[in-house]
Design a protein around this ligand. Structure first.
Ligand code: TXA
Ligand code: MG
Length: 325
């Protein structure tokens, strides 16, 4: 199999919607990262996602829908969850809620809850509309590797393993959605930080929102599949102050902002022009992938400011996991 990269023409969108309805896999752009989509109510199609990604079955999938009305067909919404959906959808917020019987066990790794979000990317929305089915979609990368933020990234990892990629250009957000467990609305818990921040959620809900890792709880108890090592380049990566002076041979440097001066060495990469966090997030995976392709023995990434909250928390979370060996 060699994935065909489809331009987003109306005819192609119609064809891909039909392919999804028939149980085929299609990699699709979302505003966060590209997802590997399948008919969420078709257990066989969803099984193919796990095969293509080499993803272990205990790592549940996120289901993508057009809006709250469609989401309520799949999960039990409590009033605060409903308010969150009205406020933050479409957008990078995934809600974990009790699932309805129609959601196959393969999607939730056998668990009683399902993760749902309404993506904001116009092509994802047009495809959801045309297919008129919920789409299960994890990030469209081989399990454990850096998530894809453009069609070429998807093709590099999964090109020989899936039939279709819808090309929607580069993702605007660049890191995965915030995953919020709302099964107990009195105790919302962020399972994965993302572009919708804990501060935003607390302000909106008016209750304390618990962080990704309460003391004592292991990652496994918290969310199946939220592995410590994830989003990882093949090259060892460390996050730490960049020493001044000459860089040892074989080391790639990833700076937060473009260095001043006219000429920079080939091994020096940067995540933004002036340090804006939204730009850092948008470029993060592409820069890490390029550094990883450069045959270095080490990638050294400049750390974000220590008081990192908000989007910086999401970026730090991904860097920490990328650095885990
Ligand atoms: O931005 C995103 O969320 C992207 C785009 C494609 O929507 N998707 C994504 O999916 O990042 P994935 O599979 O790479 O990460 C989803 C994570 C899983 O690793 C899992 O930990 C968590 O969401 N998750 C899914 N279902 C869950 C559930 N029922 N309970 C707790 N966590 C769940
Ligand atoms: Mg993923």
């Amino acid at each position: 199999m060699k994935a065909k990269i489809h331009a987003p023409t109306p005819a192609n969108l119609r064809r891909l919607a039909a392919a999804l309805r028939q149980g085929e896999l299609v990699a699709i752009p979302t505003e966060t990262v590209y997802g590997l989509a399948a008919h969420a109510l078709d257990a066989k199609a969803c099984r193919a996602i796990f095969r293509a990604k080499r993803r272990p079955a205990n790592d549940p999938l996120i289901v993508h829908v057009l809006d709250l009305a469609h989401a309520e067909e799949l999960a039990d919404f409590n009033p605060p969850a409903r308010r969150l959906a009205r406020r933050f959808w479409p957008g990078p917020l995934t809600l974990v809620l009790p699932k309805h019987a129609c959601v196959p066990g393969i999607v939730t790794s056998g668990g009683p809850t399902v993760a749902i979000r309404a993506p904001a990317h116009p092509l994802a929305r047009r495809l959801l509309q045309a297919a008129n089915i919920p789409l299960a979609a994890p990030s469209a990368n081989l399990f454990g590797y850096i998530s894809p933020t453009n069609a070429a990234h998807v093709s590099e990892g999964l090109g020989s393993r899936i039939p279709h990629i819808l090309d929607g250009g580069a993702c605007a957000v660049g890191v995965e959605s915030t995953v919020l467990d709302m099964t107990n609305p009195k105790k919302p818990r962020v399972l994965r930080p993302g572009a919708v921040t804990v501060a935003q959620l607390e302000k909106f809900l008016g209750v304390k929102v618990h962080g990704a890792k309460p003391r004592g709880a292991s990652a496994r108890q918290l969310a199946p599949g939220m592995l410590e090592r994830h989003y990882s380049p093949r090259t060892p990566l460390v996050v730490g102050r960049i020493p001044t002076g000459p860089v040892p041979a074989g080391v790639a440097i990833v700076l937060l902002r473009q260095p001043s001066g006219k000429k920079t060495a080939k091994h020096v990469h940067w995540l933004s022009r002036r340090g804006a966090l939204t730009e850092v997030a948008r470029n993060l995976y592409d820069v890490l992938r390029r550094a990883d392709a450069g045959r270095y023995r080490l990638i050294r990434v400049e750390p974000l400011p220590a008081d990192a909250s908000g989007l910086a928390a999401a970026i730090n979370d991904r860097l920490k996991r990328a650095a885990k060996r």
